[in-house]
Write a protein that binds this ligand. Structure first.
Ligand SMILES: [Fe+2]
Length: 303
């Protein structure tokens, strides 16, 4: 392998040049790729020409490639033009895929620039490991033993998937029951499952509140922590071009799409998505029954 890498931002992410990923990697190359992902969390390759199968084979380097719909197909499309494409191109708060409102996250995600016409909305990343490292010492001490409740928010009928607003359970006495609208409690500081690096484990999309705090005190702390976690100086935004291949650690990094001028002309954007996860989506989402938005038709496929 004659790969050359350069950093993407000032904390995490690398771009690797000199690779043609159509050539199959030997076990040494795959081990190196796993090492690079653990160290840098986000890897970008440009100008690739990967078929569906080549993309799946490359990602198998990182674990079990998920057959998300249970139909034998191990890729999907994030698209605003393709029929059956997921998640369109509207702004999305930062999150980890599969959502911290339940216990199992996808471990690795890959997106490939499949078809892009015109300037497209970038995908932006934030690191929970570096977010924790940036906390002042007094704030680290303050959060060391706290836990936070994470919740799905499917209460707004946007015709999408209800991803645009955090669920704040302390502000919502009428919130739907946990049986159908799940929630999960996590420590605010959580070690990364593979490397042990401490992460500031909060999510702009799914964190509801700090356990044991009243609403005002919880929200003040959550917003203070978000300001460190999502400090624009440390985000990495990827501007898409056809043939770009991104691979990222979906536990240590969150991704989102920041608000843009939606009145501007809409570019056509189709990205091929591959997910690495130990469990099947059927198993993860078996107890979740979404019931009040048009967007839930996508989610229903999991049941
Ligand atoms: Fe996502």
């Amino acid at each position: 392998m004659d790969w050359k890498s350069k950093p993407l931002g000032n904390t995490f992410g690398i771009e690797i040049a000199g690779a043609d990923l159509r050539e199959e990697l030997d076990e040494r190359g795959r081990a190196e790729l796993r090492r690079l992902l653990d160290e840098h969390l986000l890897i970008v390759f440009r100008n690739q020409h990967l078929s569906d199968d080549e993309h799946v084979d490359l990602l198998a380097t990182f674990g079990r490639v998920s057959d998300e719909r249970g139909d034998g197909v191990r890729h999907s499309f994030v698209s605003n033009v393709r029929e059956g494409g997921l998640f369109g191109d509207w702004p999305l708060p930062f999150h980890q895929d599969y959502g911290t409102f339940q216990p199992t996250l996808a471990s690795v995600i890959s997106l490939y620039g499949y078809e892009l016409r015109g300037p497209s909305m970038p995908t932006t990343f934030a690191s929970l490991i570096h977010g924790y490292r940036r906390l002042p010492a007094e704030l680290r001490d303050q959060v060391a033993r706290l836990t936070a409740v994470h919740s799905v928010d499917l209460t707004i009928d946007t015709g999408r998937v209800g991803f645009e607003k955090r669920a704040r359970l302390l502000e919502s006495p009428e919130y739907p029951p946990e049986e159908t609208h799940p929630r999960q409690t996590y420590p605010v500081v959580k070690p990364h499952p593979r490397t042990g690096a401490p992460m500031l484990f909060l999510s702009e999309m799914h964190t509801s509140h700090i356990e044991g705090f009243d609403s005002a005190r919880s929200e003040a702390l959550v917003q203070r922590l978000f300001a460190h976690l999502y400090d624009p100086a440390y985000l990495v935004a990827h501007e898409w071009a056809q043939g770009d291949l991104l691979i990222w650690d979906n536990v240590a990094l969150q991704h989102g799409r920041r608000p843009v001028d939606l009145s501007a002309p809409v570019a056509q954007r189709t990205l091929r998505r591959i997910v690495i996860c130990d469990k099947s989506t059927k198993e993860i989402f078996k107890n979740i029954r979404y019931n009040n938005s048009k967007g839930f038709t996508e989610a229903r496929k999991y049941s």
